[in-house]
Design a protein around this ligand. Sequence first.
Ligand code: GLU
Length: 429
Amino acid sequence: MLKVRFAPSPTGYLHVGGARTALFNWMHARKNGGKFILRIEDTDKNRTKPEYLNEILESLRWLKLDWDEIYYQSQRFDIYREYAQKLLEKGLAYQKDEAIFFKYQFNQIKINDLIRGEVTFSELPKPEEVIIKRDGSPTYNFSCCIDDALMGVNCVIRGEDHLSNTPKQILLYQALGFDLPEFAHIPLILSPEGGRLSKRYGATAISDYKKEGYLPEALVNYFLLLGWSAGDNKEILALNQAKELFKLKDVNKTGSAFSLDKLKWVNSRYIREKDSSQLASLLKDYLESEGHPYARANEDELKTAVNLLSGRLVTLADFSSQADFLFEENVNYSSDSLEAIKDKLVDEIKELIKALGTIDNFQENVIESVFRETAAKLNLKPKVLVHPVRVALTGKRKGPGLFETMAVLGKDKVTKRLAKLVEYWESRE
Ligand code: GLU
């Protein structure tokens, strides 16, 4: 049976690169009826932190990358000692001070990498390698090799940054008489300029993306297309579909550039595709986790707001600033919105207030025809009236459809807010 593993070290948060490695492992396992092992490489007592571990586990759960088995290397020190002992007994290791060194003869090593094809390792810098440190903890190469072998991992999928470790691990497999797994090294994720991924470009913890209002489905969709495609240039592809199509051999051999704009686009698409109850409940959870006062809105209020705004949200975090005019009693005019009004249409807005006041059925289509009739009567193009009315109602220059917005706000709020703008203008004459 196919067994793969994701082996994060809880010495930092889960980042884009790690999440994508986990995702590719998960997809390969799920596509082929294999098992996905999560191995926590927490051998470094000083650098391992519980908050990193929690973040890694929570982020993987949030992304829905479920695992079949979980192991902690910190609980397996006896096993590493036992295997170090075996190497000592075979004369393949020696002790110096408290540490144990593995010594090897190096001849060329060739592997058939499932992504990169044939890879040849021609030299290693030293004829020895520490396997147990002076503090008794194993080194990464040693514990990794023993665990992969004992856990039955037969396909090691990891970032290309580990390629230089592979020959050392192969030598250890051979020295201990273990069968070699297959290897697949995934090319790195690069910044848009082609360099290392920096904090500015997506080297952000997955939990930060959550806080910034990204949806897990959107992140997964974006990550899975970072270096892989099903061959049809499809940009919206859910995990469920992707796992049926995924093939390691289709993973690109060269690095892929991270694009925050693309991620935002994918996120906005996923937001738009949710129905209003789903999105309202996601927003409720999000606002609650942020301790935002709009979390107190009831489901109907949130659904109404979502119906009006979902097409304009890039992330869930955009909601509170865009929906403020729905939840606040008074509108705050943004500085640019007032400045952009060329003429103060005091009499015209008063006329509009009167006309709107006569509507019994305050619905979008009725509002629209009354609005247009009033503009015609005043000899104004409707769009000349639209702008100040939008500012009066929402405080902003841009927003969702005006008549829909008016219907959602209701007659009372609409007329009051229009009157307020008139008052504001008059007080400044
Ligand atoms: N703990 C290593 C890391 O986080 C795992 C590398 C591997 O997958 O072998 O980079």
